[in-house]
Structure formats: C-alpha cells, structure tokens
Design a protein around this ligand. Structure first.
Ligand code: ADP
Length: 490
C-alpha cells in the first residue's frame, strides 16, 4: 500500500507537469513559427517592392523602354543585379511564365508551377518546401504586370532555431518529469507515513489496544487521527464501564451466594441452639412425670426449666431481632440522645449483675449528644457491657468512657476479663459464634449479642469494633454520629 500510493501520486503529479510543459511548448513553438512567417513575409514584400522600383528605374534608363523586350533581352543581368541588392538567388519570368534569367531545373519548375500561376495572375504567393522558400511576386511596369520575380530563401536557419527550441522543450519536459516525480515522491512519503501510522493505530484498536497517539497535522489526516483517538477513548471508556459493571455484578453474585450460605448456616445454628434448652426442659418434664412425688427433683427441675426457658426466651428475642434487622428497613426513631445519661441508665440496669459477679466499675463520662435511636443504642451498650461482666475474672473491673473524635462520639468499654485468642477475634461478630460454648452457655450466651450490637450500630451509621484483646482483658469501641443541629434544622 505504501509504495503504491506514493508512486501513484508521484506519477500523477509528474505526468500533470509534463502535460503542462507539453502544452506550453506547443504554444511557444507555434508562436515562433508564426513570428518567423511574419518576419519573412514582411522581408520579401519589401524585397519585391524594391525589385519593382529598381525594375522601373532600369527601364527608364534604357533606350528601349518596352518592358517585355527588356525582360527577354536583359533578364539575366537584371536578375543578377537584383541578387546583388537582395542577397538572395533571383529568377525572373515573363508574362507567359517562362524563366528569362537563369534556367531552373525541371523538378523546381514542377513544384513551383501552381505558385507561379498565382503570381502570373498579379498576386503574391510563396511556396515552402523542406528547407526552401520560393517567394514569387508580380513584376510591374506602372499598373501592368510584365512578369514575375522569384526569390529563393533557405529556411535552414529558422528551422534550426525552431528545432533547437523544440529540443530544449523535450529536455525541459524530461527534467520536469523526473524532478517532479522525485520531489512528489519525497513529499507524498510524509503523507504515506502518516496514513501508515493511522492504519497501524486502527490495527492496534482492532486487537484491543486502545492507547492511541494523535498525529499533529492541520489537515484531514490530522483530523482523522483526532477522530480515531476520540473514538478509541470512547471505546476504552465503554469497555471500562462494562468491566466495572461486570465486576459489580460478580461482587453482587458473590455477596448473594455468601448471604445465602450465611442464611443456611444461621438457620442451622438456630435449630441447633433451640434444641439444647428444649431437650433439657423435655427431659425434666419426663422425669417429673415418672417421679411426681420427688420433692428435690421438683426443685431442681423448676430451677433448670426456669433458666432454660429464660435463655430460650432471650434467644428467641435476639434471633427475631437479628433476622428482622437483616430483612427489613426499620423506621428508626432517631433523636438527639444524651450519651452520658444513656450509658448510666444501662449500667444501672446491670447493677445486679455487677454485684453478683463482684465487678468494679470505673467511669469517665462527659455530657455529649448523638443522633440515634434510643432503644438501638441501649441494645448496643447493654450487649457490650453484659459481655464485659460475663467474660470477666473474679474481682475484675470494667471501665467506661466517652469522648469526641472526628465528629463521632466514641464510647470505650474496657474490661480486665479473660480476653479472646487473637486468631479467633475476627469471628466474634458472626451470629452464634462463641469462643467457649460452655462458658457462654453458663452465662446464658449463645453468640448473638455482638452481631446484634454491630448491626444496630451500623444501621445508624455507627460502628462496633474490638480494639485490643489479650489475657489482661479486652477493649471494645462504639461510635455514633454526633448530633448536628444544623443538619436537623434543614
Ligand atoms: P454471647 O451471647 O455468647 O455473649 P456474643 O456475640 O456477645 O455472644 O459474643 C460472642 C463471643 O465473643 C462470646 O461467646 C465470647 O466468647 C466472646 N466475647 C465477647 N465479649 C467478650 C469479652 N468482653 N471478653 C472476652 N470474650 C468476649
């Protein structure tokens, strides 16, 4: 393609210029021919006129003044005289067309024949034959034609000049053709290269490489290159958008299948966890049916059935809450909530538990306001503090403090409890996850508290995180968005 375009254009331009030179040369050569013709016509007209004047003068000087007789008798001398004056070979004819000066050859006479006829009819005529020009003009005495004077002229000088010019045009034409071909070839090479670059760009786009560079030119090729660049950018953007959409879709599918998996696991856990207390209750009821009068059995059964029922009840409540939080968008009653008072209220409801486990309480609380649903925030606090008591050591302590950071109200619950093994810490927010099932069950826990707390906090743009945990205890951090009076007024 490269060679063909360059050569085609170059040949076209060279031929065009050659044609121009050819037409120009035709016009110039034609002009030269016309000019030469005018020149020798004028020259011979003048020669003929001079010959006539000289003829009249000679006759007047003669004794015998009859022109015809003079011509016949002294034609040869007179012709010689004329040759001397004009510098051209001269032949004289009488009224009958017979040469009266020197003889002419038969061939010459044949070719001149018709021209001579014209001249004998009192007209000027000339004949151009090869390089020879025969100019024939009437010879007159007064108004009467007495003969014809013929001048011979060699056109070789004129023809030589004409041929020389023609030759020159041939050389110029050849030079113009080659030079224009070479120059055009060099010039079109730049175009061809630009087109080849465009072609390569298109090939790359076809192969999926959308990185294109613009060819900086102020012509159609430049604009075409800009167009291709813009088109490729658009394709790249569309592809990227499509890829992003596909990624989102994959993520959504993954999330859905994970959710599906979680849900199955959740149901499995619910079934399992419900079975345990129900089995205990059923066992005691069976025993009571078998031994209705056993007072001590009755007491033990009452205690166990009561505690299992309580646990079952709490579990039902939590499971229902959790699944409701997963499934539905609740209308939360978000309000301006004072943090210190909310924390104190939760702590006071847990006073019995604090006393029962002999846990010390330290607080560092300041008045602050968050925007949250009171019940949700209480559930979050209650679960974390309950855990801090449940998983504490005998004579251990809990400290609760709050402060403001990055427009978030932070509440920290630290305990001196048993801690969580580092490798298990990431699981504690999963529903039904417990580090030590027995210890959890002893304290009425089934592993739902933290997942419920986290869900409640996140739904209200807050968070629950485990900051640190070791054998000396754990530190949990809760955040809630600070109450913004301006936002509320809007
Ligand atoms: P549970 O109802 O068992 O308390 P949670 O979801 O509240 O369930 O907690 C999950 C598990 O995380 C608990 O079983 C316990 O092993 C561990 N855990 C939670 N809080 C603490 C804590 N403050 N100290 C030690 N372990 C904790």
């Amino acid at each position: 393609m490269r060679t063909s375009i360059k050569i085609k254009f170059s040949i076209f331009l060279a031929v065009l210029l050659l044609l121009t030179v050819f037409i120009l040369s035709l016009l110039v050569l034609e002009g030269i021919k016309k000019d030469q013709q005018v020149q020798y016509e004028q020259y011979f007209a003048q020669q003929a006129k001079t010959a006539n004047i000289y003829f009249m003068q000679t006759i007047l000087a003669e004794a015998n003044k009859v022109p015809q007789t003079f011509l016949t008798s002294k034609g040869t001398e007179f012709a010689e005289q004329l040759e001397l004056i004009s510098g051209q070979p001269v032949v004289l004819y009488d009224r009958n067309g017979t040469a009266v000066s020197k003889k002419i050859s038969q061939a010459e006479s044949d070719s001149i024949g018709r021209t001579l006829e014209f001249a004998l009819n009192n007209k000027t005529a000339y004949l151009v034959e090869n390089e020879s020009l025969y100019y024939l003009a009437p010879l007159r005495a007064g108004n009467e034609q007495v003969g014809v004077v013929q001048f011979y002229f060699s056109l070789s000088g004129y023809l030589e000049f004409y041929n020389h010019i023609r030759q020159l045009f041939v050389y110029i034409g050849a030079g113009v053709f080659f030079l224009s071909f070479i120059l055009a070839y060099i010039y079109f090479d730049v175009f061809a290269n630009a087109i080849i670059r465009l072609e390569k760009t298109v090939d790359r786009i076809r192969e999926g490489d959308y990185e294109t560079a613009i060819i900086k030119r102020r012509d159609e090729i430049g604009r075409l290159s800009e167009g291709i660049h813009a088109m490729s950018a658009q394709i790249r953007k569309t592809m990227r958008d499509m890829e992003e959409e596909q990624e989102k879709l994959t993520l959504a599918v993954d999330r859905l299948s994970r959710l599906d998996q979680q849900q199955k696991q959740f149901i499995g856990n619910v079934t399992h966890e419900f079975k345990t207390p129900l089995t205990t209750i059923k066992a005691y009821i069976d025993l009571l049916e078998m031994y209705p009068d056993d007072k001590s059995l009755l007491e033990t059964a009452k205690e166990n059935i009561k505690s299992e029922t309580k646990q079952l009840y709490e579990m039902v409540v939590k499971v229902l809450q959790l699944s409701a939080l997963e499934k539905y968008d609740f209308e939360y009653n978000k309000e301006k909530l004072e943090v210190k008072q909310t924390i104190l209220a939760v702590l006071s409801s847990l006073k019995g538990k604090f006393d029962k486990f002999g846990i010390r309480l330290e607080t560092d609380l300041t008045e602050a306001y968050v925007e949250a649903d009171k019940d949700s925030m209480s559930i979050v606090l209650m679960n974390l503090m309950d855990n801090a008591i449940k998983y504490n050591k005998a004579g251990g302590g809990i400290s609760v403090k709050n402060y403001l950071k990055n427009n978030q109200e932070v509440i920290e619950v630290a305990d001196t409890g048993i801690g969580i093994p580092e490798e298990l810490a990431q699981n504690i927010f999963e529903p039904f996850y417990t580090v030590d099932k027995n210890r959890a069950r002893q304290n009425g826990g089934v592993g739902l508290g933290l997942s419920l707390a986290k869900k409640h906090a996140e739904i209200q743009e807050g968070s629950v995180t485990l900051v640190k945990t070791n054998k000396e205890g754990s530190l949990f951090r809760i955040t809630f968005p600070v109450y913004d009076s301006l936002k509320t007024k809007k």
